[in-house]
Design a protein around this ligand. Structure first.
Ligand code: 2BA
Length: 109
């Protein structure tokens, strides 16, 4: 059986709802407090180890609870990212950014 690690970056406001959804479905998850490289603001990264055939179900559970948000980027961040005006602007932060990677080995000691 092949195991996968789902790395899901979600908005911190949605993190609790996503976590309860996946733990109620019987999956284990680890929550990390992370920072978006562009917004320089807090977001939440969830690590979820699952069997290959469970990947799509877990992604669907995440999608049920992770909503897209509009967020204002401050002029200072905008300027350092090449904004000409340096004025605040809005970006749409996705419901979830999900990576699925192969797990070479999984052991609990
Ligand atoms: P942030 O890096 O803070 O990015 C927040 C949102 O800002 C992004 O939403 C996107 O709409 C916008 N954005 C990001 N980089 C941009 C750029 N260079 N120019 C213009 N707009 C830009 P999402 O794409 O939904 O990403 C949400 C969070 O997911 C990101 O937060 C980051 O923490 C993570 N993420 C997204 N793509 C990633 C990747 N390829 N590798 C690693 N982390 C990623």
């Amino acid at each position: 059986m092949s195991m996968k690690l789902i790395i899901a970056i979600v908005h911190s406001d949605d993190a609790q709802a996503v976590l309860s959804e996946i733990s109620m479905a019987g999956y284990s998850a680890t929550k990390l407090s992370t920072t978006g490289g562009f917004m320089r603001a807090g977001n939440t990264t969830l690590l979820i180890g699952v069997e290959q055939e469970q990947v799509d179900e877990v992604i669907a559970l995440i999608g049920k609870r992770a909503h897209s948000h509009k967020q204002v980027v401050s002029g200072a961040v905008g300027k350092s990212e090449g904004s000409v005006s340096g004025l605040p602007f809005e970006v749409k932060v996705g419901g979830a950014t999900v990576f699925v990677v192969d797990v070479e080995k999984f052991v609990k000691l």
